[in-house]
Design a binder for this molecule. Structure first.
Ligand code: DGL
Length: 274
């Protein structure tokens, strides 16, 4: 048993999309989450910049005594998961792409055509395509970047026509010309527009890494006898800039557990409890 929290991080609020799945599958687990809202988006930045931001955050989480770190960001997972693992060998660190690639490679049939959408960095790295092919080299994988999704989602522009038009702008010809059967939401912000994508492309099977990664968390904890039980740790959400949308998103996720969440503006060290 290990009652220390699990550390999660993302460039912003996207990584929060993993949390409801964690709570459903492993309800005893507690978390420390860091969203780098002051420096988001990462998906159009240079790899060395993403690496240096990620090192700072992982260092902070390790010092906070987390039992493992989940990189709840595809962009970071595509570029520096091995650097982070090397720098912090004492803490298990998992990315979100590898478990998803294993799932796709194992469960999709060879006749399926699978699309991957993500940030520019994730897509140009071909991390999804390469890793899926490690599990099933015959699968037909196509990829396309959708760089305007993250800024719109961070602004809370989700349930409206602007988002729908933006989705159609990036995805219409990608989905239709490639005759896709399934799509991987290769950015942890995208589950927040899953309903829009389902409505616009009802025939697509949607593969959600924010859900799939919980299976890998379970494996890591199981290997180490590291599950929590009866922990009284309070979940903590850090944001490098405490935006209203970040707070609203946490409110949505934790609507039934209001007293168990507190926020801390990381730079200002200003704690806001409720
Ligand atoms: N949630 C991050 C990802 O999964 C968003 C990247 C960004 O900040 O551009 O890729």
């Amino acid at each position: 048993m290990d009652n220390r929290p699990i550390g999660f991080f993302d460039s912003g609020l996207g990584g929060l999309t993993c949390i409801p799945y964690l709570m459903r599958e492993l309800p005893e687990e507690k978390i420390i989450y860091f969203g780098d809202t002051a420096r988001t988006p990462y998906g159009s930045k240079a790899t060395r910049t993403i690496r240096s931001f990620s090192m700072e955050i992982a260092d902070f989480l390790v010092k906070s005594d987390v039992k493992m770190i989940v990189i709840a960001c595809n962009t970071v997972s595509a570029t520096c998961v091995y650097d982070l693992q090397q720098k912090f060998p004492q803490t298990p660190i998992i990315g979100i792409i590898e478990p998803t690639a294993r799932y796709v490679g194992t469960y999709r049939g060879v006749k399926d055509k699978v699309g991957v959408i993500g940030t520019k960095v994730t897509i140009t790295s071909h991390a999804y395509k390469d890793m899926i092919h490690m599990y099933n080299e015959k699968l037909d994988i196509v990829e396309t970047p959708c760089p305007a999704f993250v800024p719109l989602i961070e602004e809370g522009i989700i349930d409206n026509e602007i988002m729908d038009l933006t989705i159609k702008y990036y995805m219409d010809s990608f989905v239709n010309d490639n005759d896709l059967d399934a799509i991987v939401l290769g950015c942890t912000h995208y589950p927040l527009i899953k309903k829009n994508i389902e409505r616009l492309y009802p025939h697509l099977d949607i593969i959600n890494p924010s859900d799939i990664v919980v299976g890998r968390i379970r494996e890591v904890l199981d290997d180490r006898d590291g599950f929590a039980s009866g922990s009284d740790f309070t979940n903590v959400f850090y944001a490098s800039d405490l935006s209203e949308n970040f707070i609203n998103m946490i409110d949505k996720i934790f609507k039934e557990e209001e007293t168990k969440v507190k926020f801390l503006n990381f730079d200002l060290e200003r704690e806001i409890s409720r």
